[in-house]
Design a protein around this ligand. Structure first.
Ligand code: F0G
Length: 456
């Protein structure tokens, strides 16, 4: 202990503030009606606490804003690119670093380079954009989450792990159809849960023995490194940057959304050690993103990422982030709200099916809860269930009906989190009165962004 208190506090002070607008209950009811009860259709200035995503919504540091002023906007050979490349190489260790405008652009280029129709790409759990890119190429996105990930209420230190036996089996039986395997750290589709170093190492060994490139979806790599330090034997004293370096040493490349642990508002990159593959990727990059020394980004964005990647690896920052996220999880668990346990790195996932058992899946309990959280407190969250994964065929339901509260980085204070806790406690007390919804309008693909609902 370095002072009279061992309380974990925000390791920063606030230099710039942005007002948030209070709305009344009546105003929110009107806003919901106009938006067709779809929170993606609500203007963000009508949201008090925005937990829709942790992607690109973080607060940048004074160092990042200073670096932005240094941004060099030359078309070719910008020093901003070389600073970015140096930071990525230092932490991730790859030879080739290709900047993209965000994570999915890196995925698209990777898939276009390596994947052909009929292929199979295993992952612990594919994020939706990764899955969509693979499926658009006519290939199969195969999720191989570990068994523990299916038991929401039973804590396990590394619920993000891959089922290694299943990986071994698919590598043996379908080797010729597998152009690469992936591992997503932390596992967003699986509750923001971390992957252990042992799991990454073994998955890598299995792939390497089969001659298959092993890629990491690195979006939340620094949060994952923090969990390894805290939960895996042998890492208790290891600096997060060294843990990150070890993770990537087991891989042959990565895709990255710098909107998460790049601590930036936009950006991403694609890395590999294979010069041949990188050459093809750079050719595709020029078609849609830009010249290889800026990709889809301005020089100033490259500068912000170069600084942000190191800030994400700051131990005190990660300690604060993990403790504030788990604080929210613990508080609402006490109010009897079922969540995926333990709390994830970037988000809390409420098990809406279990919380609202009186609402059948055909009336979308997750969406009902999302609506009620906004109505009650102006809080925006996102349904991850049958609205997101189902189709116009009414019989397609997701295995689970979750509501994600994703926490933007360095944005909300503890009293704002306490406000969210108060609202969720209130909703929890009235849970039996919450009604389901029906869909009155929907699109064929990605319906959750635009669907319109009606209260049942
Ligand atoms: N991979 C993971 C694990 C992600 O969580 C995301 C984005 C992406 C890839 C794609 O990155 O958005 O920069 O194109 N996740 C956001 C979210 C959108 O809300 O979880 P992107």
């Amino acid at each position: 202990m370095n002072s009279a208190s061992d309380r974990i506090i925000e390791p920063f002070r606030i230099k710039v503030v942005e007002p948030i607008r209070m709305t009344t209950f009546q105003e929110r009811e009107e806003i919901l009606k106009n938006a067709g009860y779809n929170l993606f259709q609500v203007h963000s200035d009508d949201v008090l606490i925005d937990f829709l995503t942790d992607s690109g919504t973080g607060a940048m540091s004074a160092e990042q804003w200073s670096a932005i002023m240094r941004g060099d906007e030359s078309y070719a050979g910008s020093p901003s690119y070389f600073r970015f490349e140096k930071a990525v190489r230092d932490i991730f260790g790859f030879v080739h670093v290709i900047p993209t405008h965000q994570g999915r652009a890196a995925e698209r280029i990777l898939v276009a380079t390596l994947v052909k129709p009929g292929d199979i790409i295993p992952n612990n759990t594919h994020f939706d954009t990764t899955r969509a890119n693979i499926e658009a190429a006519g290939a199969k996105a195969l999720d191989l989450p570990c068994a523990e990930s299916k038991e929401f209420s039973t804590p396990h230190p590394f619920k993000g792990n891959m089922d290694l036996e299943a990986l071994e089996k698919v590598l043996k039986e379908n080797k010729d159809q597998i152009p690469l395997a992936m591992m997503t750290v932390t596992n967003n589709g699986g509750g923001g849960q971390p992957v252990s170093m042992a799991n990454i190492r073994t998955a890598s060994n299995l792939c390497r023995a089969a001659g298959i490139p092993f890629y990491i979806d690195a979006c939340r790599f620094a949060e994952n490194a923090f969990f390894i330090r805290h939960r895996e034997e042998g890492y208790a004293e290891t600096p997060l940057i060294d843990i990150a370096r070890e993770i990537f040493s087991y891989s042959d490349g990565c895709t990255m959304s710098a909107k998460k642990d790049g601590m930036a508002n936009i950006g991403g990159f694609l890395c590999s050690n294979d010069s041949n593959v990188a050459k093809q990727e750079e050719e595709l990059l020029v078609l849609t993103e830009g010249f290889p020394t800026y990709g889809g980004l301005a020089g100033r964005d490259l500068e912000a990422i170069a600084v942000g990647l190191y800030e994400a690896l700051d131990y005190r920052y990660q300690e604060y982030r993990a403790s504030s996220t788990s604080y929210l999880g613990e508080q609402i668990t006490e109010a009897d709200v079922p969540i995926i346990l333990p709390p994830g790195g970037h988000a809390i996932y409420i098990d809406a099916k279990n919380m609202l058992p009186h609402i059948p899946q055909s009336e979308y309990p997750g969406q009902a809860l999302v609506i009620e959280l906004y109505r009650t407190g102006g809080i925006r969250s996102v349904e991850i269930g049958s609205v997101m994964f189902g189709t116009a065929d009414p019989e397609t339901y997701s295995d689970s009906e979750l509501v994600r509260l994703a926490i933007p980085r360095r944005v909300y204070t503890k009293s704002q989190v306490d406000y969210v806790v108060d609202c969720i406690q209130d909703v929890s007390k009235r849970r039996e009165e919450i009604r389901g919804v029906r869909i009155v309008e929907q699109s064929e693909r990605l319906r959750h962004f635009t669907a319109r609902f009606e209260m049942v």
